[in-house]
Design a protein around this ligand. Structure first.
Ligand code: HEC
Ligand code: HEC
Length: 304
């Protein structure tokens, strides 16, 4: 005969679960989630809306305009609204995936239970994740540069970003999207000089990116992206991207002697359309195609 569930047995089964529910959540359980999913953006000088989530104190300070948690009132807390998508854009902005129901419930219980501090000091700060460089002799891969795009670009350059759809249709949240060559290439594997993305982060092409800068990217971050592209814009597994020969490019910059754009050689021929008589030193927009021999065959060049 099968065992019958007696009331005593039932209680002993449910008790640990009820106890867990009743137990207060402390910041010790919140901090690892912030570390894994939030501080890539909500840290430092460039923290969105000034909201830093790197320590309990910073979280309680809230953003420039308001506190993000209301003690005892999870449903009135902006942080919960953002995690559930009741307030847009939904957090984390790198999602989907967003947080699991269980993780969101932890935040709710922590707020409902009075924002109990953890075992560490409330000023204990999650250290910034240092830039990952390849080990000696190894190439830079997408794995090294993806965190830069995630922390500084994805908030706009994603399908549901701060500016609505991605500016210029440019998605920077996935390898395949960054190398997309449907309309035109913004990253030319093997040539940082011909990559509009690099021109933008250096400010050779205007407006400089990130659009909400300063702060712009650090020299070290820019160099890592330049090396990534010059070494073939490899995927996270180290496989180089295919060459985009024949793809369209659209570049902006200052015209130099002998049809150069900041030392990138342009090929201007009889078929090239030249508008508004651009001269050396002028800021121009160049449309063309990437050629086999690593030059830009100009279709149109125009002074801006
Ligand atoms: C990819 C970058 C990114 C990530 C990752 C991210 N956020 Fe945000 N967060 C933003 C941006 C950008 C804004 C500003 C959005 C706006 O203008 O409303 C924002 C705004 C917020 C706000 C609103 C503040 C206010 O005053 O209205 C809260 C709360 C928030 N984030 C919490 C979180 C939490 C919690 C996580 C992790 C689970 C997280 N964010 C992860 C980029 C990010
Ligand atoms: C606050 C929003 C925002 C952020 C953050 C942002 N961008 Fe942009 N991006 C824009 C806008 C808006 C444009 C269109 C600007 C224009 O040319 O008028 C743009 C355009 C670009 C272009 C030109 C696309 C093309 O087809 O020519 C590139 C490349 C680019 N961004 C790269 C980046 C990179 C890389 C980052 C991160 C380091 C970044 N952006 C961060 C808003 C943003």
């Amino acid at each position: 005969m099968g065992k019958r569930l007696t009331p005593v047995m039932l209680c002993s089964l449910l008790l640990p679960w009820l106890q867990a529910l009743a137990q207060d959540v402390s910041f010790d359980e919140i901090q690892p989630i912030l570390q894994a999913r939030c501080v890539i953006c909500h840290a430092g000088e460039a923290a969105p809306l000034g909201l830093r989530l790197t320590s309990l104190d910073e979280l309680l300070k809230g953003s420039k305009s308001r506190p993000v948690v209301q003690r005892g009132e999870p449903s009135d807390s902006e942080l919960i609204k953002r995690l559930k998508g009741l307030s847009q854009p939904r957090m984390p902005m790198t999602g989907p995936p967003f947080l699991s129901d269980a993780e969101i419930a932890l935040f709710e219980r922590w707020i409902a239970g009075g924002l109990k501090p953890g075992s560490r000091s409330s000023t204990a700060t999650i250290p910034p994740t240092p830039l990952q460089h390849p080990s000696a002799g190894q190439p830079v891969t997408y794995a090294h540069v993806a965190p830069i795009f995630a922390s500084r670009c994805v908030k706009c350059h994603s399908a549901y970003g701060l500016m609505g759809s991605a500016p210029e249709g440019l998605l920077l949240n996935a390898y395949v999207a960054i190398l997309d060559r449907d309309e035109r290439v913004r990253v030319v594997p093997g040539s940082s000089l011909a990559s509009e993305l690099v021109r933008r982060i250096r400010g050779q092409s205007q407006p400089r990116m990130p659009y909400d800068g300063p702060p712009y990217l650090s020299d070290e971050e820019i160099q890592l992206i330049v090396d990534w592209i010059d070494q073939g814009a490899r995927d996270a597994d180290g496989r180089p991207a295919p060459s985009p020969v024949g793809s369209r490019v659209r570049l902006q910059g200052v015209l130099g002697e002998g049809w150069t754009l900041d030392s990138l050689q342009l090929v201007v021929g009889p078929e090239s359309r030249i508008d508004k008589s651009p001269g050396v030193g002028d800021y121009v927009e160049v449309r063309g195609r990437w050629s086999q021999d690593g030059r830009v065959l100009v279709e149109r060049i125009r002074r801006r």
